[in-house]
Write a protein of this length. Structure first.
Length: 270
């Protein structure tokens, strides 16, 4: 603001310093001719050239200041826009990061939920397997006891069978001649039944009308007591049981052979 008033002050100072006196008697000779008012006015130098020059310099400075301010404003605006763009980009990236983190969080939550479900299922399976293991252990112990009892029974049966076989072997030395005698006298022959521990006894001359007609029965020797499994013709089971009781009591095979022949003869007659 001081610069604006500076030309005026300079103009006043120069004007006052250069203003001539109102009446300069030395410059005009004494004359009787009267002077006009225009001649009596002082000559004034306003200094327009200096003022114009100073105003041009001020205008140039002002224009430079305005241009510099405009450039600074443009730079600041561009910088502001860049900062806003960077902030927007940062915001977009952070938003994207937040979305990614949200997706990861959801995935982690689903994974945790799935793992928790799998853990519960595994615990249930472990509990079920533990119950099955305990049940199988109990069954195993029971089976061990049964196996031990069965083995004892088998050992006892084997011992009894060995004893019986020894008795049979001892008796066989005496029965072979006697057996031959009864085979001849009872019209009997002995065959294999096709099954282990079975013998087939076939009779002839049991039917008075047809001496060639055969009657037979299968004797099971796998146990200590004799047992008749099949016979032709069929006989009453009660009568067969009575014969078997006598044989098992006496332990003599001839009792069985004679008794069964008598039953076949009786059946043929009826």
């Amino acid at each position: 603001m001081a610069t604006l008033f500076e030309p005026t002050l300079s103009l006043s100072a120069s004007t006052s310093s250069r203003r001539p006196p109102l009446f300069d008697h030395s410059s005009h000779p004494s004359s009787s001719t009267p002077t006009s008012m225009a001649d009596t006015l002082p000559s004034i130098n306003f200094g327009f050239d200096e003022l114009r020059d100073r105003m041009a310099k001020f205008t140039a400075k002002f224009d430079a200041f305005i241009e510099q301010g405009r450039k600074r404003v443009l730079e600041e605006r561009n910088q502001f826009r860049m900062n806003v763009a960077e902030l927007q980009e940062d915001q977009r990236m952070k938003k994207k990061d937040i979305e990614i983190l949200q997706l990861k969080t959801n995935s982690y939550q689903q994974t945790i939920s799935k793992e928790a479900q799998e853990t519960r299922e595994m615990q249930a399976a472990i509990s079920t397997l533990s119950i099955q293991r305990d049940r199988q252990a109990a069954n195993r112990d029971a089976l061990k006891q049964q196996i031990e009892a069965t083995q004892k029974d088998i050992d006892a049966r084997l011992a009894a069978q060995r004893e019986y076989q020894a008795q049979q072997d001892a008796q066989a030395r005496y029965n072979v001649p006697e057996l031959d005698f009864w085979v001849t006298n009872l019209c009997l022959r002995i065959e294999g039944a096709g099954v282990e521990d079975r013998l087939k006894f076939v009779y002839t001359h049991v039917d008075e009308k047809n001496w060639e007609r055969e009657a037979w029965f299968e004797l099971c020797t796998g146990s200590r007591d004799y047992d008749v499994k099949h016979c032709r013709p069929k006989l009453e089971r009660e009568k067969v049981e009575k014969v078997l009781d006598k044989v098992n009591e006496s332990r003599e095979l001839v009792v069985l052979l004679k008794g069964m022949r008598e039953l076949f003869v009786e059946a043929m007659k009826s």
